[in-house]
Design a protein around this ligand. Structure first.
Ligand code: NAD
Length: 467
């Protein structure tokens, strides 16, 4: 028995096993939740299949009304959900509040979209319509850095389009998802939304499950490749939101004091565990020393601590594995560059890492070329902006990137050449529900959000009649 139950076929049920959940700020188990077996995954898929005909035939206006009710319910439980999110994920409470509010807003946003048929021809010789039909059961697989908002990239779009869903959060952050199940149990018809938890053993089962027609996956590039491979057998649709190594290029005309805090924020938000965090900072040689000094000064001022403590600006890394990985990046950076702020663990309890700035480091080093996914920022010197752009593009990743300049026309022109799904000018990581979001190259397949993201949860049907 556990306080946090699975949602299968409209019922809150215990798992065939349980899972301990660790608070990354204390390293202590603070909750135990239900963990699903393969048999329970099968039950969830069967429930979602059984619910599909009625849900897909439900008028769009009624499906929208359900999304609005879910949005209201999330907002109505924002305090409880946010505190739970802090405890399982680690982020500061104000950020957790923002994430929960954002999740609610994303449900609300999708409730405003339509999927009207496009009439291509309607004359004496015939009528042709391009329609958008739902796919069936959609598996939504979510990582641990933003458990709620990333779930809300997928679920409302899938539901609006008429699909039914199985949601699977990451094993280290299952609680907010299960709490959501409790909150929406009586809002959503049985089987339309099912929420299960695993111990990293059911993701693969979902991707090869014959009853699931699409996998909407957010996670690492390595796991994304496995998803694509195992979805092949059943020719399942996939959308993959994967890793990134966003470059941020600072041109020589910026106001240094105004820009430095924004650059730091772009890299350090959520302790750097953001797919679109700025992960490589290219600074023009004319201000390189001054920018490094200012970034180091600001990094030293960041208050790192338990997300529930007032005043905390940065929480711990989310789990031990990621903590060890990021510590490894710092060790490699010591050999490849000069650490000018942070450079190690903070305290001896909790997965805290000091905000770390590394200068005099070059492309070709691990910290620059790979995705660190932690609060460790490499600052790289460049002379020619075209060369900085070429180095930014010399990556397998292509998720986001940004150019910073006073001369916005120059920045805009350079931004056009960046090989990534999103490119920002004088800002970074600006995600909006109405803007499609997706990765180029190894950062993903397809997109989420916006009308384009909604369409990825549909199958085209061309209805073509002669008169
Ligand atoms: P991960 O790939 O380890 O896990 C993501 C999810 O996949 C988890 O729910 C996990 O249980 C599940 N999973 C594990 N093995 C699976 C398998 N064989 N088949 C199907 N699912 C499986 O990723 P993570 O470490 O939790 O997340 C961090 C990564 O996610 C980073 O690389 C980050 O850049 C990326 N990310 C991308 C986006 C984006 O929108 N592009 C957003 C957030 C995070």
């Amino acid at each position: 028995m556990s306080d946090y139950k699975l949602l299968i076929n409209g019922q809150l049920v215990d798992g065939d096993a349980t899972l301990d959940v660790v608070n990354p700020a204390t390293e202590a188990v603070f909750a135990t939740c239900a963990r699903a077996s393969k048999g329970q995954l099968d039950q969830a898929v069967a429930a979602a299949q059984a619910a599909f005909p009625a849900w897909s035939a439900t008028p769009l206006a009624d499906r929208k009304a359900v999304l609005v009710k879910i949005a209201d319910a999330i907002q109505g439980n924002i305090n409880e959900l946010a505190r739970l999110l802090v405890q399982e994920q680690g982020k500061p409470l104000q950020d957790a509040m923002g994430e929960i509010f954002g999740a609610s807003a994303f449900f609300r946003y999708f409730s405003t979209l339509d999927l009207a048929a496009k009439v291509v021809q309607d004359d004496a010789t015939g009528r042709v319509e391009v329609r958008r039909k739902p796919l069936g059961v959609v598996g939504c697989i979510v990582p641990w850095n933003f458990p709620m908002i990333l779930m809300a990239f997928k679920v409302p779009a899938a539901l609006l389009a008429g699909n039914t869903v199985i949601v699977k959060p990451a094993p280290t952050t299952p609680l907010t998802a299960l709490k959501l199940g409790e909150i929406i149990k009586d809002i959503v018809p049985a089987g339309v939304v099912n929420i299960i938890v695993d111990a990293n053993d059911l993701g693969g089962e979902m991707t090869k499950h014959p009853g699931i027609r699409k996998i909407s996956f957010t996670g690492s590039t390595e796991t994304g490749k496995k998803v694509m491979a195992s979805a092949a057998d059943a020719l399942k649709r996939v959308s993959l939101e994967l890793g990134g190594n966003d470059a941020l290029i600072v041109l020589d005309d910026v106001d240094l004091n105004a820009t430095a805090p924004k650059v730091l924020g772009a890299a350090m938000q959520n302790a750097g565990q953001v797919c679109i965090a700025a992960k490589r900072i290219y600074v023009h040689e004319s201000m390189y020393d001054a920018m490094c000094d200012e970034l180091a000064r600001l990094a030293n001022e960041i208050v790192v601590g338990d997300g529930l403590e007032q005043g905390t600006q940065m929480g711990p890394l989310q789990n031990k594995q990621q903590f060890d990985k990021v510590m490894g990046f710092i060790e490699s950076a010591r050999k490849d560059g000069r650490v000018i702020a942070g450079g190690g663990r903070k305290g001896d309890k909790g997965y805290f890492i000091q905000p770390t700035i590394v200068r005099d480091i070059e492309d070709g080093s691990k910290l620059v070329d790979e995705e660190q996914f932690g609060p460790v920022m490499p600052v790289i010197k460049y002379t020619d902006p075209a060369d900085a752009l070429a180095r930014a593009n010399a990556s397998i990743y292509g998720l986001g990137g940004s150019i910073w300049a006073k001369d916005t026309e120059r920045a805009w022109n350079l931004a056009e050449g960046m090989e990534s799904g999103s490119v920002w000018v004088n800002k970074h990581a600006d995600l909006q529900p109405h803007l499609p979001f997706g990765g180029a190259k190894f950062s993903g397949v397809g997109s989420e959000l916006g009308e384009e993201g909604l369409k990825e949860f549909t199958q085209i049907q061309v209805l073509n009649m002669a008169r």
